[in-house]
Design a binder for this molecule. Structure first.
Ligand SMILES: Cc1ncc(COP(=O)(O)O)c(C=O)c1O
Length: 397
Protein backbone atom coordinates (compact mmCIF):
# COMPACT_ATOMS: atom_id res chain seq x y z
CA UNK A 1 0.00 0.00 0.00
CA UNK A 2 1.49 3.40 -0.96
CA UNK A 3 2.02 5.71 2.00
CA UNK A 4 0.17 8.73 0.57
CA UNK A 5 -2.74 9.31 2.94
CA UNK A 6 -5.00 10.24 0.01
CA UNK A 7 -4.41 6.82 -1.59
CA UNK A 8 -4.62 5.02 1.74
CA UNK A 9 -7.94 6.68 2.60
CA UNK A 10 -9.42 5.47 -0.69
CA UNK A 11 -8.05 1.92 -0.89
CA UNK A 12 -7.06 0.69 2.60
CA UNK A 13 -9.24 -2.18 3.81
CA UNK A 14 -10.97 -2.65 0.46
CA UNK A 15 -10.99 -5.81 -1.68
CA UNK A 16 -9.59 -8.02 1.10
CA UNK A 17 -8.75 -11.64 0.12
CA UNK A 18 -11.88 -13.83 0.02
CA UNK A 19 -12.27 -15.33 3.51
CA UNK A 20 -13.02 -19.01 4.20
CA UNK A 21 -15.83 -18.13 6.62
CA UNK A 22 -19.41 -18.22 5.48
CA UNK A 23 -21.82 -15.76 7.13
CA UNK A 24 -24.99 -17.44 8.33
CA UNK A 25 -27.16 -14.55 7.06
CA UNK A 26 -26.67 -13.09 3.58
CA UNK A 27 -24.52 -9.93 3.65
CA UNK A 28 -25.59 -6.69 1.99
CA UNK A 29 -23.36 -5.94 -1.01
CA UNK A 30 -23.83 -2.25 -1.81
CA UNK A 31 -21.02 -2.23 -4.42
CA UNK A 32 -22.10 -0.92 -7.81
CA UNK A 33 -19.19 -2.52 -9.68
CA UNK A 34 -17.33 -5.79 -9.27
CA UNK A 35 -13.81 -6.51 -10.42
CA UNK A 36 -12.03 -9.77 -11.32
CA UNK A 37 -8.46 -11.01 -11.55
CA UNK A 38 -8.67 -11.39 -15.29
CA UNK A 39 -10.28 -9.28 -18.00
CA UNK A 40 -11.29 -12.53 -19.76
CA UNK A 41 -13.49 -13.45 -16.77
CA UNK A 42 -15.18 -10.05 -16.91
CA UNK A 43 -15.64 -10.41 -20.64
CA UNK A 44 -17.30 -13.81 -20.15
CA UNK A 45 -19.68 -12.39 -17.53
CA UNK A 46 -20.63 -9.46 -19.76
CA UNK A 47 -21.29 -11.97 -22.54
CA UNK A 48 -23.53 -14.15 -20.28
CA UNK A 49 -21.10 -17.05 -20.77
CA UNK A 50 -20.55 -17.51 -17.03
CA UNK A 51 -22.38 -16.26 -13.93
CA UNK A 52 -21.01 -13.33 -11.98
CA UNK A 53 -21.53 -9.71 -11.18
CA UNK A 54 -20.13 -6.71 -13.00
CA UNK A 55 -22.57 -3.85 -12.45
CA UNK A 56 -25.47 -3.47 -10.03
CA UNK A 57 -28.10 -2.80 -12.69
CA UNK A 58 -27.18 -6.19 -14.19
CA UNK A 59 -27.19 -8.14 -10.95
CA UNK A 60 -26.11 -8.18 -7.32
CA UNK A 61 -25.41 -11.03 -4.88
CA UNK A 62 -27.84 -9.81 -2.19
CA UNK A 63 -30.57 -9.29 -4.78
CA UNK A 64 -29.81 -12.68 -6.24
CA UNK A 65 -30.21 -14.33 -2.82
CA UNK A 66 -33.69 -12.80 -2.50
CA UNK A 67 -34.56 -13.89 -6.04
CA UNK A 68 -33.47 -17.45 -5.35
CA UNK A 69 -35.49 -17.54 -2.15
CA UNK A 70 -38.60 -16.31 -3.98
CA UNK A 71 -38.16 -18.84 -6.79
CA UNK A 72 -37.93 -21.59 -4.17
CA UNK A 73 -41.00 -20.46 -2.24
CA UNK A 74 -43.11 -20.08 -5.40
CA UNK A 75 -41.73 -23.35 -6.85
CA UNK A 76 -40.65 -21.48 -9.96
CA UNK A 77 -37.51 -21.88 -12.03
CA UNK A 78 -36.28 -18.29 -11.73
CA UNK A 79 -37.11 -14.89 -10.35
CA UNK A 80 -36.32 -11.22 -10.92
CA UNK A 81 -36.57 -8.54 -8.21
CA UNK A 82 -37.60 -4.95 -8.89
CA UNK A 83 -37.75 -1.64 -7.05
CA UNK A 84 -41.49 -1.91 -6.38
CA UNK A 85 -44.52 -4.09 -7.00
CA UNK A 86 -45.47 -1.85 -9.93
CA UNK A 87 -41.95 -2.34 -11.33
CA UNK A 88 -42.61 -6.10 -11.25
CA UNK A 89 -46.01 -5.75 -12.94
CA UNK A 90 -44.55 -3.48 -15.62
CA UNK A 91 -41.60 -5.87 -16.18
CA UNK A 92 -43.87 -8.89 -16.45
CA UNK A 93 -46.20 -7.10 -18.90
CA UNK A 94 -43.29 -6.05 -21.13
CA UNK A 95 -41.71 -9.51 -21.03
CA UNK A 96 -45.08 -11.10 -21.84
CA UNK A 97 -45.25 -8.98 -24.99
CA UNK A 98 -46.91 -5.65 -24.16
CA UNK A 99 -45.98 -3.51 -27.13
CA UNK A 100 -47.73 -1.57 -29.85
CA UNK A 101 -50.51 -3.74 -31.31
CA UNK A 102 -50.59 -6.14 -28.36
CA UNK A 103 -53.87 -6.80 -26.57
CA UNK A 104 -54.19 -7.10 -22.79
CA UNK A 105 -57.21 -8.43 -20.95
CA UNK A 106 -57.08 -7.26 -17.33
CA UNK A 107 -59.18 -7.90 -14.28
CA UNK A 108 -61.67 -5.06 -13.81
CA UNK A 109 -61.07 -4.64 -10.08
CA UNK A 110 -57.31 -4.98 -10.10
CA UNK A 111 -55.07 -2.69 -8.03
CA UNK A 112 -55.55 0.95 -9.05
CA UNK A 113 -52.02 1.51 -10.40
CA UNK A 114 -52.22 -1.71 -12.43
CA UNK A 115 -55.52 -0.47 -13.82
CA UNK A 116 -53.88 2.82 -14.81
CA UNK A 117 -50.72 1.18 -16.19
CA UNK A 118 -52.59 -1.32 -18.37
CA UNK A 119 -55.61 0.83 -19.16
CA UNK A 120 -53.99 4.19 -19.75
CA UNK A 121 -50.17 4.35 -19.82
CA UNK A 122 -49.64 1.32 -22.04
CA UNK A 123 -52.58 2.20 -24.26
CA UNK A 124 -50.86 5.53 -25.01
CA UNK A 125 -48.07 3.38 -26.47
CA UNK A 126 -50.32 1.38 -28.75
CA UNK A 127 -51.42 -1.46 -26.47
CA UNK A 128 -55.13 -2.26 -26.47
CA UNK A 129 -56.49 -3.04 -23.02
CA UNK A 130 -59.89 -4.41 -22.14
CA UNK A 131 -61.17 -5.09 -18.62
CA UNK A 132 -63.30 -8.05 -17.61
CA UNK A 133 -64.62 -9.72 -14.49
CA UNK A 134 -62.16 -12.58 -13.94
CA UNK A 135 -64.41 -14.15 -11.33
CA UNK A 136 -67.11 -14.84 -13.94
CA UNK A 137 -65.73 -17.75 -16.05
CA UNK A 138 -68.34 -17.48 -18.82
CA UNK A 139 -67.99 -13.72 -19.13
CA UNK A 140 -64.21 -14.09 -19.14
CA UNK A 141 -64.29 -16.72 -21.88
CA UNK A 142 -66.55 -14.45 -23.94
CA UNK A 143 -64.14 -11.53 -23.44
CA UNK A 144 -61.20 -13.74 -24.51
CA UNK A 145 -63.04 -14.86 -27.63
CA UNK A 146 -63.99 -11.28 -28.45
CA UNK A 147 -60.68 -9.51 -27.77
CA UNK A 148 -58.16 -12.30 -28.58
CA UNK A 149 -55.66 -11.08 -25.96
CA UNK A 150 -51.92 -11.77 -25.94
CA UNK A 151 -51.77 -11.23 -22.17
CA UNK A 152 -54.16 -11.89 -19.29
CA UNK A 153 -53.48 -10.20 -15.95
CA UNK A 154 -55.35 -10.65 -12.69
CA UNK A 155 -54.92 -10.97 -8.95
CA UNK A 156 -55.46 -14.18 -6.99
CA UNK A 157 -57.73 -12.23 -4.67
CA UNK A 158 -58.73 -8.78 -5.79
CA UNK A 159 -58.14 -5.51 -4.03
CA UNK A 160 -60.24 -4.24 -2.21
CA UNK A 161 -63.26 -6.46 -2.89
CA UNK A 162 -61.59 -9.80 -2.09
CA UNK A 163 -63.06 -11.55 -5.11
CA UNK A 164 -61.31 -14.84 -5.77
CA UNK A 165 -60.08 -15.79 -9.23
CA UNK A 166 -60.07 -19.44 -10.26
CA UNK A 167 -56.45 -19.34 -11.44
CA UNK A 168 -56.47 -22.95 -12.62
CA UNK A 169 -59.50 -22.41 -14.87
CA UNK A 170 -58.18 -19.05 -16.10
CA UNK A 171 -54.82 -20.64 -16.96
CA UNK A 172 -56.62 -23.23 -19.11
CA UNK A 173 -58.48 -20.44 -20.96
CA UNK A 174 -55.25 -18.44 -21.39
CA UNK A 175 -53.38 -21.46 -22.76
CA UNK A 176 -56.18 -22.29 -25.18
CA UNK A 177 -56.09 -18.68 -26.43
CA UNK A 178 -52.27 -18.68 -26.70
CA UNK A 179 -52.08 -15.83 -24.15
CA UNK A 180 -49.57 -15.42 -21.32
CA UNK A 181 -51.09 -15.33 -17.83
CA UNK A 182 -49.69 -12.92 -15.21
CA UNK A 183 -50.98 -13.38 -11.68
CA UNK A 184 -50.47 -10.80 -8.95
CA UNK A 185 -50.32 -12.93 -5.82
CA UNK A 186 -49.52 -10.11 -3.39
CA UNK A 187 -52.55 -10.82 -1.19
CA UNK A 188 -51.99 -14.58 -1.13
CA UNK A 189 -48.21 -15.02 -0.83
CA UNK A 190 -46.69 -18.46 -1.44
CA UNK A 191 -47.86 -19.46 2.04
CA UNK A 192 -51.42 -19.69 0.70
CA UNK A 193 -51.09 -20.24 -3.04
CA UNK A 194 -48.56 -20.95 -5.78
CA UNK A 195 -50.05 -19.76 -9.07
CA UNK A 196 -47.23 -21.21 -11.23
CA UNK A 197 -48.35 -24.68 -10.16
CA UNK A 198 -51.85 -23.77 -11.34
CA UNK A 199 -50.66 -22.80 -14.81
CA UNK A 200 -49.70 -19.12 -14.56
CA UNK A 201 -46.70 -17.99 -16.64
CA UNK A 202 -45.64 -15.13 -14.38
CA UNK A 203 -46.33 -14.57 -10.69
CA UNK A 204 -45.75 -11.07 -9.41
CA UNK A 205 -45.65 -9.69 -5.89
CA UNK A 206 -45.57 -6.31 -4.34
CA UNK A 207 -42.95 -7.58 -1.85
CA UNK A 208 -43.59 -4.24 -0.13
CA UNK A 209 -46.54 -6.01 1.49
CA UNK A 210 -46.58 -9.42 3.21
CA UNK A 211 -43.14 -10.51 2.03
CA UNK A 212 -41.37 -7.53 3.60
CA UNK A 213 -44.08 -7.36 6.23
CA UNK A 214 -42.74 -4.54 8.40
CA UNK A 215 -43.54 -1.36 6.45
CA UNK A 216 -39.88 -0.62 5.81
CA UNK A 217 -39.23 -1.84 2.25
CA UNK A 218 -40.61 -1.04 -1.22
CA UNK A 219 -39.94 -4.02 -3.46
CA UNK A 220 -41.34 -6.20 -6.20
CA UNK A 221 -40.56 -9.61 -7.63
CA UNK A 222 -41.49 -11.69 -10.66
CA UNK A 223 -41.25 -15.49 -10.57
CA UNK A 224 -41.29 -17.31 -13.88
CA UNK A 225 -39.37 -19.67 -16.20
CA UNK A 226 -35.61 -19.30 -16.90
CA UNK A 227 -36.43 -18.21 -20.44
CA UNK A 228 -38.86 -15.50 -19.32
CA UNK A 229 -36.44 -14.36 -16.64
CA UNK A 230 -33.79 -13.84 -19.30
CA UNK A 231 -36.27 -11.76 -21.29
CA UNK A 232 -37.07 -9.65 -18.21
CA UNK A 233 -33.35 -9.21 -17.53
CA UNK A 234 -32.70 -7.97 -21.09
CA UNK A 235 -35.50 -5.42 -20.68
CA UNK A 236 -34.86 -4.34 -17.10
CA UNK A 237 -31.11 -4.00 -17.41
CA UNK A 238 -31.85 -1.17 -19.83
CA UNK A 239 -34.80 0.29 -17.94
CA UNK A 240 -33.10 0.18 -14.54
CA UNK A 241 -36.07 -0.51 -12.25
CA UNK A 242 -33.78 -2.60 -10.06
CA UNK A 243 -34.25 -3.23 -6.38
CA UNK A 244 -31.47 -1.95 -4.14
CA UNK A 245 -29.45 -4.55 -2.21
CA UNK A 246 -30.59 -2.92 1.04
CA UNK A 247 -34.25 -3.46 0.14
CA UNK A 248 -33.55 -6.96 -1.18
CA UNK A 249 -31.91 -7.77 2.15
CA UNK A 250 -34.95 -6.53 4.09
CA UNK A 251 -37.29 -8.47 1.82
CA UNK A 252 -35.17 -11.62 2.26
CA UNK A 253 -35.25 -11.16 6.02
CA UNK A 254 -39.01 -10.63 5.90
CA UNK A 255 -39.42 -13.97 4.14
CA UNK A 256 -38.04 -15.87 7.15
CA UNK A 257 -41.14 -15.12 9.21
CA UNK A 258 -43.65 -15.06 6.35
CA UNK A 259 -45.34 -18.38 7.28
CA UNK A 260 -45.53 -17.43 10.96
CA UNK A 261 -46.96 -14.02 10.18
CA UNK A 262 -49.38 -15.36 7.57
CA UNK A 263 -50.73 -17.94 10.03
CA UNK A 264 -51.45 -15.16 12.53
CA UNK A 265 -52.86 -12.78 9.86
CA UNK A 266 -55.26 -15.51 8.72
CA UNK A 267 -56.43 -16.44 12.23
CA UNK A 268 -56.95 -12.80 13.20
CA UNK A 269 -58.72 -11.88 9.97
CA UNK A 270 -61.22 -14.73 10.28
CA UNK A 271 -62.03 -13.80 13.87
CA UNK A 272 -62.45 -10.12 12.95
CA UNK A 273 -64.51 -10.83 9.83
CA UNK A 274 -66.88 -12.98 11.89
CA UNK A 275 -67.18 -10.23 14.50
CA UNK A 276 -67.79 -7.55 11.86
CA UNK A 277 -70.45 -9.69 10.17
CA UNK A 278 -72.36 -9.91 13.43
CA UNK A 279 -71.96 -6.23 14.35
CA UNK A 280 -75.11 -4.12 13.75
CA UNK A 281 -73.27 -1.06 12.39
CA UNK A 282 -71.82 -3.07 9.49
CA UNK A 283 -73.70 -3.50 6.23
CA UNK A 284 -71.49 -5.99 4.42
CA UNK A 285 -68.17 -7.82 4.94
CA UNK A 286 -65.99 -9.05 2.07
CA UNK A 287 -63.79 -11.87 3.35
CA UNK A 288 -63.39 -15.18 1.52
CA UNK A 289 -63.15 -17.04 4.83
CA UNK A 290 -66.79 -16.29 5.59
CA UNK A 291 -69.36 -18.88 4.51
CA UNK A 292 -71.39 -15.93 3.13
CA UNK A 293 -68.62 -15.07 0.62
CA UNK A 294 -69.67 -16.20 -2.89
CA UNK A 295 -66.29 -17.85 -3.55
CA UNK A 296 -65.68 -19.32 -0.11
CA UNK A 297 -65.37 -22.87 -1.49
CA UNK A 298 -63.09 -21.75 -4.32
CA UNK A 299 -60.82 -19.94 -1.86
CA UNK A 300 -60.67 -23.03 0.35
CA UNK A 301 -59.43 -24.97 -2.69
CA UNK A 302 -57.05 -22.24 -3.92
CA UNK A 303 -55.47 -21.85 -0.47
CA UNK A 304 -55.36 -25.57 0.37
CA UNK A 305 -57.36 -24.91 3.56
CA UNK A 306 -54.41 -23.05 5.11
CA UNK A 307 -56.50 -19.96 5.86
CA UNK A 308 -58.11 -17.16 3.89
CA UNK A 309 -55.56 -14.36 4.06
CA UNK A 310 -55.27 -11.23 6.15
CA UNK A 311 -57.24 -8.77 3.99
CA UNK A 312 -60.89 -7.87 4.26
CA UNK A 313 -63.15 -4.96 3.42
CA UNK A 314 -66.48 -3.86 4.76
CA UNK A 315 -69.24 -1.32 4.27
CA UNK A 316 -70.46 0.73 7.18
CA UNK A 317 -74.26 0.66 7.47
CA UNK A 318 -75.78 3.91 6.16
CA UNK A 319 -72.19 5.00 5.53
CA UNK A 320 -70.70 7.76 3.44
CA UNK A 321 -67.24 9.20 2.87
CA UNK A 322 -67.77 11.45 5.90
CA UNK A 323 -68.63 8.55 8.20
CA UNK A 324 -65.77 6.43 6.84
CA UNK A 325 -63.31 9.28 7.52
CA UNK A 326 -64.73 9.80 11.03
CA UNK A 327 -64.35 6.08 11.72
CA UNK A 328 -60.77 5.98 10.44
CA UNK A 329 -59.81 9.01 12.50
CA UNK A 330 -61.34 7.56 15.66
CA UNK A 331 -59.18 4.43 15.49
CA UNK A 332 -56.41 4.30 18.07
CA UNK A 333 -54.52 1.04 17.47
CA UNK A 334 -55.35 0.45 13.80
CA UNK A 335 -53.54 2.95 11.58
CA UNK A 336 -55.10 4.72 8.59
CA UNK A 337 -52.31 4.15 6.06
CA UNK A 338 -51.91 3.48 2.36
CA UNK A 339 -50.40 0.05 2.45
CA UNK A 340 -51.19 -3.51 3.51
CA UNK A 341 -49.64 -6.76 4.64
CA UNK A 342 -47.75 -5.24 7.55
CA UNK A 343 -47.47 -6.63 11.06
CA UNK A 344 -49.51 -3.54 11.98
CA UNK A 345 -53.28 -3.43 11.38
CA UNK A 346 -54.09 -0.79 8.77
CA UNK A 347 -57.23 0.72 7.27
CA UNK A 348 -57.56 2.38 3.90
CA UNK A 349 -60.32 4.20 2.05
CA UNK A 350 -60.00 2.83 -1.52
CA UNK A 351 -61.94 5.64 -3.22
CA UNK A 352 -59.42 8.15 -1.84
CA UNK A 353 -56.20 6.22 -2.43
CA UNK A 354 -55.68 2.92 -4.25
CA UNK A 355 -58.64 3.49 -6.60
CA UNK A 356 -58.50 7.27 -6.88
CA UNK A 357 -57.42 7.02 -10.53
CA UNK A 358 -60.81 5.47 -11.38
CA UNK A 359 -63.73 7.75 -12.11
CA UNK A 360 -66.66 7.51 -9.65
CA UNK A 361 -68.63 5.77 -12.43
CA UNK A 362 -65.87 3.16 -12.92
CA UNK A 363 -65.71 2.59 -9.15
CA UNK A 364 -69.48 2.23 -9.00
CA UNK A 365 -69.38 -0.30 -11.86
CA UNK A 366 -66.83 -2.53 -10.11
CA UNK A 367 -68.51 -2.20 -6.69
CA UNK A 368 -66.16 0.11 -4.79
CA UNK A 369 -68.71 2.21 -2.95
CA UNK A 370 -68.18 5.37 -0.91
CA UNK A 371 -68.85 3.44 2.28
CA UNK A 372 -66.24 0.76 1.65
CA UNK A 373 -63.24 0.55 4.00
CA UNK A 374 -60.39 -1.93 3.58
CA UNK A 375 -58.73 -3.52 6.57
CA UNK A 376 -55.32 -5.17 6.49
CA UNK A 377 -55.40 -7.25 9.64
CA UNK A 378 -52.09 -7.22 11.49
CA UNK A 379 -50.60 -9.72 13.89
CA UNK A 380 -51.58 -7.94 17.11
CA UNK A 381 -54.00 -9.65 19.51
CA UNK A 382 -57.35 -10.09 17.70
CA UNK A 383 -59.36 -8.90 20.74
CA UNK A 384 -57.45 -5.62 20.79
CA UNK A 385 -58.17 -5.02 17.10
CA UNK A 386 -61.87 -5.79 17.60
CA UNK A 387 -62.07 -3.43 20.60
CA UNK A 388 -60.52 -0.62 18.56
CA UNK A 389 -62.87 -1.19 15.59
CA UNK A 390 -65.87 -1.25 17.91
CA UNK A 391 -65.06 2.00 19.69
CA UNK A 392 -64.29 3.78 16.39
CA UNK A 393 -67.50 2.56 14.72
CA UNK A 394 -69.55 3.69 17.68
CA UNK A 395 -67.85 7.08 17.64
CA UNK A 396 -68.42 7.53 13.87
CA UNK A 397 -72.00 6.40 13.30
C1 LIG B 1 -52.21 -6.10 -5.23
C2 LIG B 1 -51.14 -5.08 -5.41
N1 LIG B 1 -50.28 -5.19 -6.44
C3 LIG B 1 -49.31 -4.29 -6.66
C4 LIG B 1 -49.13 -3.22 -5.83
C5 LIG B 1 -48.03 -2.23 -6.09
O1 LIG B 1 -46.98 -2.40 -5.18
P1 LIG B 1 -45.90 -1.25 -4.91
O2 LIG B 1 -46.57 -0.19 -4.13
O3 LIG B 1 -44.79 -1.95 -4.19
O4 LIG B 1 -45.46 -0.75 -6.25
C6 LIG B 1 -49.98 -3.06 -4.73
C7 LIG B 1 -49.84 -1.91 -3.83
O5 LIG B 1 -50.60 -1.70 -2.92
C8 LIG B 1 -51.02 -4.01 -4.52
O6 LIG B 1 -51.88 -3.89 -3.51
Amino acid sequence: MPNDIFTQAVHAGERMPQPDFNPVATPIYPAVAFTYDSMETMDAIFGNERPGYVYRRYGNPTVNAFEQAMATLEEGAASYATASGMGAIHGALLAAGAKSGARILASQDCYGATYFLAGSLLTQMGVETTFADFTDPEGLQAAITKTRPHILICETVSNPLLRVADIEAIAVMARRAGAALIVDSTFSTPYLCRPLNLGADYVVHAATKYIGGHDDVLAGVIITSEENRQRIFEIEKNIGANISPFDAWLALRGLKTLPLRMRQHCENALAIARWLESFPLIHKVNYPGLESHPQHALCRKLYHERGFGGMLSFEIADGSQEIAFKFMQALKLVQPATTLGDVYSLVLYPAMSSHRAMTPAERERVGISDRLVRLSVGIEGADDIVADLEQALEAAV
